[in-house]
Design a protein around this ligand. Structure first.
Ligand SMILES: Nc1ncnc2c1ncn2[C@@H]1O[C@H](COP(=O)(O)OP(=O)(O)OP(=O)(O)O)[C@@H](O)[C@H]1O
Length: 774
């Protein structure tokens, strides 16, 4: 069955050599109870470990069922230990954190025996050793004798051919020793039992054969055996432990150290917490910056109006005293820096070709009057979409001109979904709805629901300061837009006057009907001033009106006349041009407003505008005003830099926690050296041992990652509350779910890496040395 041929095992410590086994040759029968006796240090345990494959001999050969083990690989030894040998130790070697049943099942767990069979065999073994009634107890609830019985049950559960016992009764009292010996004797009826003992009486009483050992040599053998047949029919079933088993093993181990595990997970989650918070804050800040940028740009669009001021350096020359007798005519500094932009068709087309990615919203303002009529309380009145006090202004011209400055315009761009997207971004509907087309206008109110009184007066409302109006008095109000040909009557050849019969004008079928679709309120402080409070309308509406009126009689008359066709007074060229424009005779806009989406795209928009001016004469250049440029110093770049620095700091704490995990795993390895020995004695491969520790660090990594994310997420609430208090910004800290998942993965990977090295060290531990450790 088992034959040792000239086995040598020397230990070298410093200069001294211990010959633990010195040329030992012996054979064992398939079934017998062999006792090995000998003084302490004579090499008995070394031989037993050698036979069991826990310790590999230096030279000689161990022959199992006729098969030489000289060329055994590591996995062959693992398999041999797992399915051919059962070990019983003096110190029981029961794994404390596993249940009795789990301990007994461990060998079968390692060899992948299916669950049901494993349970059945383990129960049978426990019943056989007389532990049936104690099956549900924990190891720490058993006596020494009972623990040794668990060890015996574990050794025989897989029905091995060889049972190796290293002083099985060494730690037990006489009575219990007798019981254990009887049990072992009983088991020897079915297999080869080799027992190391110091007790000659027990040996004589129970063993069939006694071998005396001294100084690594066999002194005498009471019943020697010579192996006759050399049959080679020995087969090994390879062991394999699944990662799932490893996880279960680690999990039960961690469960026994709940407080420590929780503390470890918390400590190592600190790195994750800090990174998660930094990321949550920085992405929140970035969002805020983008929002502020968008709003700032909406407030201060790039403005191109008919007159712009050149950014010329002020004249710093000292005025010299002149002795001349003449007066010099001189342009004022302000007039010198005034530039007239030619917003002709070519330029408008150039703007129309602007990449829509850069700006979705472009407003074209036309300084045209509208000839509006509205019926209030059954009476037809003239109306205006304007915030100027109409009783003070001489004509609508100045009011219409006022809307061309850019800031606080009443015209919104129709370019992006009829203006709906633009309005939705900055306003919320408090009554009615968003305008569906250019024939619907809206009333813009401030956050306190107030609006310009003139705007209300100009649409026919008879209101006093601070008077309150119902929403439904405003929403739904209709206006008629009368064409120039209907609105103006020719009085003489060159004079026109508005038709005074406004009631019949109101009912004319030629009119276009406008309606107040809704009342909109600014969303936030930063949205104020985007459109001035009062009536706001789409630039498409004014464009339509221009199209209707550009060839009207009055426009033609005004174009051909040097007097104001409405008043008869003389006009210069500039005033004439404004009059034509007011009457709807000019199809080029009085100003263009471009709302870029971000500061980055704004730079590209400016580049595009600059390109138009390249190589052009000074007078043909179009000069724009970039009010937002003055605010643009705060860019995302700064935020990025801050985030990098913070993430770097947080990363350091992550690395620190990884090192800590490494140290903890290493301590755990030291602590569990014995367990590693037991696992190996039961046939665990190196890989399996590594797995057990990898599984442990995986559990730790995942839990510290999840814990870190949960804590960071919980922290966002107080952080947001504090930031809201300090800065009035709400919901700054927002944990991105993608970041959360990535961080959990990073935590797991780093922890597993940190723990893998000690795990490998654990796996490399020699089984016999591991078992000797206390
Ligand atoms: N890992 C080791 N390194 C160095 N020497 C060792 C090692 N293991 C065992 N030895 C030595 O080998 C010799 C035999 O040891 P072994 O444990 O086999 O003796 P033993 O007969 O079982 O003793 P005991 O009855 O006291 O258990 C001893 O001198 C011991 O010091």
């Amino acid at each position: 069955m088992l034959e040792l041929k000239h086995i040598k095992k020397y230990y070298y410590v410093g200069d001294s050599v211990t010959k633990a086994l010195d040329d030992v040759s012996v054979s064992f029968r398939k079934q017998e109870f062999v006792a090995i006796l000998g003084p302490s240090g004579s090499g008995k345990t070394t031989m037993l470990n050698g036979i069991g494959g826990l310790d590999i001999y230096d030279s000689g050969d161990l022959i199992i069922n006729g098969k030489s083990t000289k060329n055994f690989s590591e996995s062959d030894w693992d398999a041999y230990r797992n399915n051919s040998v059962g070990f019983i130790f003096q110190s029981y070697n029961i794994i404390g954190h596993l249940s009795i049943l789990d301990n007994v099942e461990l060998g079968m767990t390692l060899s992948g025996v299916d669950n049901e069979e494993k349970k059945k065999k383990a129960r049978e073994a426990l019943e056989r050793v007389g532990l049936g009634p104690h099956i549900n107890k924990k190891p720490n609830q058993l006596s020494g004798g009972q623990l040794q019985r668990v060890a015996i049950a574990r050794a025989i559960a897989n029905d091995p051919e060889i049972l190796l016992c290293d002083e099985p009764t060494g730690a037990l009292d006489t009575e219990t020793s007798e019981e254990i010996m009887k049990l072992i004797k009983e088991l020897s009826a079915e297999r080869l039992v080799i027992m190391v003992t110091h007790n000659p009486t027990l040996a004589k009483e129970y063993a069939d054969r006694i071998i005396n050992f001294a100084d690594g040599k066999i002194l005498d053998d009471s019943n020697p055996f010579v192996e006759d047949t050399t049959k080679d029919n020995f087969e090994l079933k390879k062991t394999k432990m699944t990662f799932w088993t490893a996880l279960k093993l680690s999990f039960t181990n961690l469960k026994t150290k709940k407080a420590r595990t929780a503390l470890t997970a918390f400590a190592s989650s600190i790195g994750i917490i800090s990174i998660a918070i930094v990321l949550a804050l920085s992405s929140g800040f970035q969002k805020q910056i983008n929002k502020t940028q968008g709003n700032t740009l909406a407030q201060f669009p790039v403005t191109i109006s008919q007159t712009a001021s050149k950014q010329s350096a002020p004249d710093t020359d000292k005025v010299k005293n002149s002795k001349s007798k003449k007066v010099t005519a001189k342009l004022s500094q302000q007039e010198k820096s005034t530039h007239t932009n030619k917003l002709n068709k070519k330029y408008v087309n150039y703007i129309k070709n602007l990449d829509p990615e850069l700006s979705k919203n472009v407003t074209y303002n036309y300084s045209t009057g509208m000839n509006l009529l509205s019926k209030v309380d059954g009476k037809v009145k003239t109306a205006q979409f304007s915030n100027t006090n109409s009783s003070n202004s001489l004509s609508g011209v100045s009011a219409a001109m006022a809307s061309s400055t850019g800031v606080g315009s009443s015209v919104y761009p129709s370019s992006d979904n009829n203006g709906k997207n633009f309005l939705k971004k900055h306003y919320k509907v408090i009554s009615g709805s968003l305008p569906q087309n250019e024939n619907e206008v809206v009333l813009i109110v401030d956050r306190d629901n107030s609006t310009n009184i003139n705007a209300l007066k100009n649409i026919g409302m008879n209101v006093k300061d601070n008077q309150k109006l119902d929403f439904n008095k405003i929403v739904g109000q209709e206006f008629k837009v009368v064409s120039n040909n209907d609105y103006y009557k020719q009085v003489t050849d060159s004079l026109y006057t508005p038709n005074s019969d406004i009631s019949s004008l109101y009912n004319s079928n030629n009119n276009k009907t406008l309606k107040i679709a809704g009342i909109l309120k600014v969303k936030s402080e930063s949205s104020e001033n985007i459109l001035s409070s009062g009536i706001a309308y789409s630039d498409k509406l004014t464009k339509d009106i221009v199209n209707t009126n550009k060839n009207s009689d009055i426009v033609k008359a005004q174009k051909n006349s040097d007097v104001n066709v409405l008043t008869g007074s003389n006009v210069d060229d500039t005033t004439k041009e404004s009059l034509v424009s007011y009457l709807g005779g000019s199809s080029t806009p009085s100003s263009i407003l471009i709302y870029p989406s971000t500061f980055k795209t704004k730079d590209k928009v400016l580049d595009y505008l600059d390109k138009f001016n390249q190589g052009k004469k000074e007078s043909n250049k179009v000069i724009y005003t970039d009010l937002a440029g003055q605010v643009s110093s705060l860019t995302g770049g700064l935020m990025d830099a801050i985030t990098y620095v913070l993430v770097a700091f947080a990363g350091i704490s992550l690395v620190t926690s990884m090192i800590m995990i490494g140290i903890i795993t290493y301590t755990s390895v030291l602590e569990r050296t014995k367990e590693i020995g037991i696992l190996k004695a039961l046939g665990a491969r190196k890989k399996d041992v590594t797995r057990v520790f990898d599984a442990e660090t995986t559990i730790l990594g995942v839990s510290s990652g999840v814990l870190g994310i949960v804590i960071a997420w919980l922290a966002t609430f107080p952080i947001n509350a504090i930031l809201k208090n300090l800065t009035d910004l709400s919901n700054v800290s927002q944990l991105n779910p993608v970041h959360a998942i990535v961080l959990i993965v990073i935590s797991t990977v780093l922890t597993v890496i940190g723990g893998h090295i000690p795990a490998r060290m654990a796996a490399k531990k020699d089984a016999a040395t591991a078992l000797r450790s206390e």
